[in-house]
Write a new protein. Structure first.
Length: 102
């Protein structure tokens, strides 16, 4: 996949993910998705080196669902594992607190 194709994919994912949200900054939605991917990979690598735990696709999906519920002002899921909750908090912090002001 070329870099242009990857950027197009991220932009498309951003449009789907944030279709009901508006960014307070002028940051392209694809950049937000790239940030989420980057932060997830950093967390994955850190978790693996510190604990030996390999984060799964299901873990990532649960964390993204928790992010979605947060963005929709819904109740945070209670059934998350510690790893899922930590990743969800990283994703929330990346979007809400530090960069994009949703």
């Amino acid at each position: 996949m070329s870099e242009d194709d990857l950027k197009l994919l991220m932009d498309s994912l951003g449009a789907q993910i944030f279709k009901n949200q508006s960014l307070k900054s002028n940051t392209p939605q694809g950049e937000v998705v790239r940030t989420l991917v980057r932060e997830t990979l950093k967390f994955r690598d850190k978790l693996k080196s510190e604990t030996g735990y390999t984060i799964t696709v299901d873990d990532t999906q649960c964390a993204l669902h928790a992010l979605e519920t947060h963005l929709n002002n819904e109740k945070f899921p209670k059934d998350l594992t510690p790893e899922q909750k930590a990743l969800a908090q990283i994703l929330i912090d990346s979007i809400v607190l530090f960069k994009y002001g949703l």
